[in-house]
Design a protein around this ligand. Sequence first.
Ligand SMILES: Cc1cc2nc3c(=O)[nH]c(=O)nc-3n(C[C@H](O)[C@H](O)[C@H](O)COP(=O)(O)O)c2cc1C
Ligand code: SF4
Ligand code: SF4
Length: 255
Amino acid sequence: MKIALLYFSGTGNTKWLAETLFSFLVEKGGTVSVFNLEDDIEFQAKDYDTILVAHPVYGAHVPRLVSDKIQILIQGNIPITVIATFGYVNALGYFAEKKALGRRIDSYFNLKMFNNISTPKMKLGIKNIEKRLSSKAKIEKKIEKISILIMQNKRKIQGIGPQLLVGIRIRKAFREELQKHYQTWGVDPEHCTLCGLCVRECPTHSIIEKDAVFTFHATCTACMRCYNHCPEQAITINNVYADPNIYTRYHGPWK
Ligand SMILES: Cc1cc2nc3c(=O)[nH]c(=O)nc-3n(C[C@H](O)[C@H](O)[C@H](O)COP(=O)(O)O)c2cc1C
Ligand code: SF4
Ligand code: SF4
């Protein structure tokens, strides 16, 4: 079976899922090509028997980078399989995902991983590494089960339940917030060393630095990579410096 696995990962959870799923699929005889949606990729849907799309859930939304790219890359009504990663609850789900991507979805899988946001605005906790590592084997088992269903061509829709009704409200509340997320970002000049990492790593090239002045642009997909990866924790939200002793930064599932 020729499989295309297209993924986007802001902070590493979905990247690890893609790598792990790749290994299981290859082990079971699949021929798998992996594409990172943040790269300029050459992709022809007709070259594959099955297309898998993996991405994080953002406030019951598909990240804009993902919906925009998928609509361009996969023309026509080719069915796909989606695997969504999230920290707590996936209130996006199959129906809203279908609408956001504008296509048929044959299978929809939920993979609960770990929250990646802890800010003065979103006072959520980051699970400590021991706790995360203790659930690694269980998550790997879930990914293996997904790989078996894919290889057997078995259709499955996970995660249909009352949380999807709540998701309608969450989506409404988050729509503007996600669109205007770029307006909340800033850089604290007292902490920034002008290392340039945030500019280089931004998946949507939304951060511009000129003469030590940073501007964040509307193409921001709200992935939190700049905030989490800045070595000086200098990225601010609504002009507030987020003390790393209080607001832990997230560096990927096993770090
Ligand atoms: C802007 C934003 C919104 C998020 N919204 C949700 C959410 O609604 N539900 C949830 O369980 N996790 C939510 N999360 C957590 C991510 O979905 C989760 O950490 C995901 O696995 C991150 O994947 P990545 O590391 O591949 O970027 C959100 C994260 C971000 C950055
Ligand atoms: S990553 Fe942090 S320290 Fe480096 S340029 Fe960006 S804000 Fe400044
Ligand atoms: S500006 Fe920050 S949050 Fe927005 S896309 Fe770039 S790295 Fe992600």
